[in-house]
Every structure is written in C-alpha cells, then in structure tokens.
Design a protein around this ligand. Structure first.
Ligand code: GLN
Length: 489
C-alpha cells in the first residue's frame, strides 16, 4: 500500500532512495495516465531536482518535516506551483504559468515533499464528475467507464491508483469528499479558514478551501499539520492553533456522540449506499460511540442555496479572465470590447458559462432579493441547524454521496442531476464546518462507497480520530483494477 508511512519507512531503511522513488512515481504516472487522464502535467525535472535537494539537506526542521521528506505528491491544477502551468482545467488559462507558489505548495515543499505534477479537474472546479475539464474527463481507477467524481477527480484518481500517497484538491461544495468517496480513498474539507488559499484560484470565495486526499486518516492528519495555519497573505486564514493531528489520532472513541439526520437517509439514496453506511454506524456503536437521531430542518435547501451563492460568487471571481491579464486572448477581435467578449466566449466551456449567467442573474437588480439575499438568509438558518445539532452530538454522520460512481456521460445532459451529487457535501461548505469522507465498503458492482463525518468548526482532530478508529477495525483493502504499487517497481 502506498501511504506516507510505508514510503517513509522504505526511505528511512534505505530500501529506496528519494530520487528513485520520484523516478518510479513519475514512471507510474506516465504509464497509467493514458488510461486515467489524471495528470495535466508531469514535472520530471522539477521532481528529480526536488528529490536530490531533499536528500542532501532534508532532515533539519522538526517532526512534520521528517514525515514528508521525499514523499511524492500531486497538486490540483487550480493551485499554483511556480513555473508549472495552472490551467484550472480551462482553455482560457492555457499557457498561464504562475510566477509564485501557493502557500500550501510552499509549505509542502519546505516539509520536503516532492511535487510530481498537476492534476486534471473540472473547469474552474465546477463539476461533480470531472467531465467539464477542457482537457478531457478523468476516469475512475475502479472502472474506466465511470467518472472519478469531481471537481478534483485527477487528484482522487492519482491517489486511488497508487501513484501518489497524497494529493491536494479544492472544495467549494464537495469537490474533495465526493471524488474521495467514488474512488475509495479518504478526503478532507477542512474548516473554512483552516488552510491558506493564497495561490488557490478563486471560485466561490465564501466557500472555497484547499482539501486533502490520502489513503487513510493518518496521512490526512500529517498533511493537514503541514499546510494548515494562519498566513499573512490570506486574510481569511484564521489564527487558530494547529495541533499535531497525527499525535491526537489514537485512542478509543468511547462515548463519542454521532448524530444521524434520518431524513437524509430517505428518498434518492441508493439502497447499497444506505446499507453500507448503516453498517458503518454499527461499527461505531461497537466501538463505544453513541448514535443519536438529529434533525437538520433546512438541509433540503442546501443544494439550491449552494448553487445560488456559488454561481453568484463565481460570476464575480471569473470577471478577471478578460484576455488581458492571463492565458489566452482571442486573435480575431477588432475592438477592446470585442476582444473581451470573444476571449470569454472561446475560452470558457459550457458549464462555466452557465454558472456565470446564473450568477449574474441572481445578483442582478430585481432578482437580488428573491435569490441572492434569500439564499444568504437560508444559509444563516443552516448554520443555526448545525449549531443546534452540535448541542446533541459531536459529529454528523451521512453517506458522502447518494450513489456510487456513475457512468461517463450519464449526467452530462442534465446539469440538475449532476448538481444533486453534492446533496450531502455542500452544507459543510455553506456552514464552514470540516467534513471528512472515508470508504466504508464496496457495492455489488465493485465500486467504492464513502461515508461522511462533519464536525464543529476546528474539530478536524475529532473527525480524524473517529475515522482512524473505524479504519483500525474495518480497513479498506480493495484495490482498483488500475493500480501501481510504487515500492514494487
Ligand atoms: N460539484 C460542485 C460544483 O459543481 C462542487 C464543486 C467544488 O467543490 N469545487 O460546484
């Protein structure tokens, strides 16, 4: 199994050198990418020079640094890595090479991680299947005819396929947790403000967070510790202490209160997903947790609220792509206005255009009160629902997704059906609370099923501890058909 700790051990006992590991990882990525389309760019030279540097001077700066020294990672294409293209899965940013690292990139580099490349995603992180990428869909390593989920599908597929133990994604409404569930891995959306967004390309600024994919809760804990914390370059990053998440992960979960919003286990939920998540609840009961019923009266509005607010914010954030400052510029325009118009028309894909139009509409005078303001009001009610729920429980438990990974093209003609994939995830973004998805079984079609734990603000440790306790008794050992064991190469 390719996780940080096995790779760490292999490096520390000299079974593999850091440059060899980087080389093997790149080779695997190259070999599997024609099937998966998970990487938009691989950086062999950069990875090898980082690997060499790490080997020369890596061991100096504290515990977290030791854990990551020489570990290969992948980064979603909407997070800046200096010198590598950041297309965000969009044609409009083709050829845009940021001159700076995102703070998360810097922190991982400083911890000794080796960045092997940029991963494919839905255009500007808008989507739930990765089919909205201008560079083609990513495929699910468990079944190449199915989607990996989105929008961070490339990162999820890269981890699930064993290419890298950890990858970064981004979350606005479920883009880490949902693909994690579809690909049989763990995915964390941290508390709003937990991780700096400097260098993360903005989509919905009141919702966006960087998220983490890994094969288990402990690796998420290691990664979170390195990248979390206040950053002077992002005013929304909070000055809240960053605990040693991995050190807090052990221990029994006796007495933990798990809240179950029963109404969300009804209509629209696949029977196998329901059965496996119910079984997972029993595992938690056996581990000594107390399961209580809770109510989230406004949860049914979450998708509507999310798609009003996220599109409103996107329409404003994406105004900056005008052909002047970044990426491509239409060649055919005669006037400035024409150049803006054509650049945006040629550069953006259909879903992004749909969102810009929806977002502009809900913000326009006459409709603002009916849509945007109303959605903000319901968002406040959702926050209150969660506050009340957390008086009764420590975490809220649901499936991560209503179904397992769907087939390519199954939902592309029906945006609304696609939007409903986020029904269990979007609320955590609206409320700002952390959410973690981990695998809890397989369907009869051999597809992974994920469960979700959502906690109070800043309670990542609680989520990780519960997930870790579950993993100890129910380890997820299913490997996809497309899988590379990096150490056996
Ligand atoms: N699927 C959701 C959307 O399309 C969430 C995307 C995300 O979290 N970036 O907006």
């Amino acid at each position: 199994m390719n996780n940080i700790e096995t790779l760490r051990q292999a490096i520390d006992d000299n079974s593999i050198t850091v440059p060899k590991l980087a080389e093997a990882t790149i080779n695997h990525a190259k070999k599997l990418n024609p099937q998966l389309n998970a990487f938009l760019q691989l950086d062999r030279d950069g990875a090898l020079s980082q690997a060499e540097a790490t080997t020369l001077n890596g061991r100096s700066n504290g515990d977290a640094d030791k854990v990551f020294r020489g570990i290969p990672i992948a980064i979603k294409d909407n997070i800046c890595v200096r010198g590598l293209q950041a297309t965000c899965g969009s044609h409009i940013l083709r050829g845009y090479h940021p001159q700076y690292d995102a703070t998360v990139t810097t922190r991982l580099r400083e911890a000794g991680a080796v960045i092997i490349g940029k991963t494919n995603c839905d255009e500007f992180a808008m989507g739930s299947s990765n089919e909205n990428s201008a560079y083609g869909a990513v495929r699910n390593p468990f079944d190449l005819e199915r989607v990996p989920g989105g929008s961070s599908g490339g990162s999820a597929a890269a981890v699930a396929a064993g290419i890298v133990p950890v990858a970064l994604g981004s979350e606005t409404g479920g883009s880490v947790r949902q693909p994690a569930a579809f690909c049989g891995i763990a995915g964390l959306k941290p508390t709003y403000g937990r991780i700096s967004r400097y260098g993360l390309v903005a989509f919905g600024s009141s919702l966006d967070q960087v998220g983490i994919f890994a094969t288990n809760a402990r690796d998420i804990a290691h990664t979170l510790r390195v990248i979390a914390g206040r950053d002077a370059r992002d005013a929304t990053s909070a000055d809240v202490e960053v605990p040693d998440y991995a050190a807090q992960i052990e221990g029994d979960i006796q007495g933990a209160r798990i809240g179950v919003p029963r109404l969300l286990f009804g209509e629209g939920l696949d029977a196998e997903v329901r059965a496996k998540t119910e079984a997972a609840l029993n595992v938690f009961r056996d581990l000594g947790a107390e399961v209580v019923d809770i109510e989230l009266p406004h949860a049914k509005y979450a998708i509507a609220v999310y798609y009003i607010l996220a599109t409103a914010e996107a329409s404003s954030n994406l105004a900056r792509y005008d052909g002047v400052r970044y990426g491509v510029r239409s060649e055919s325009a005669m006037t400035l206005k024409d150049m803006y118009r054509r650049t945006r028309d040629e550069g953006f894909g259909a879903e992004v255009k749909r969102r810009i139009m929806l977002g502009t509409y809900v913000l326009s005078s006459g409709y603002y009160d009916a849509y945007y303001r109303k959605a903000q009001q319901v968002r406040a009610l959702l926050r209150r629902d969660y506050e009340r729920a957390f008086e009764q429980c420590d975490v809220i438990f649901t499936p991560t997704t209503p179904s397992t990974a769907f087939r390519l093209n199954e939902k592309t003609d029906d945006p609304l059906a696609m939007y409903l994939s986020d029904i269990y995830t979007a609320t955590a973004n609206l409320v700002g609370t952390p959410g973690l998805s981990i695998p809890c079984g397989m369907s009869s079609e051999n597809l992974p099923i994920g469960m979700q734990l959502v906690g109070r603000h800043w309670s990542e440790s609680v989520l990780l501890k519960l997930a870790h306790a579950y993993e100890q008794v129910q380890p997820f050992t299913h490997r996809p058909s497309v899988y590379a064991d990096v150490l056996k190469s």
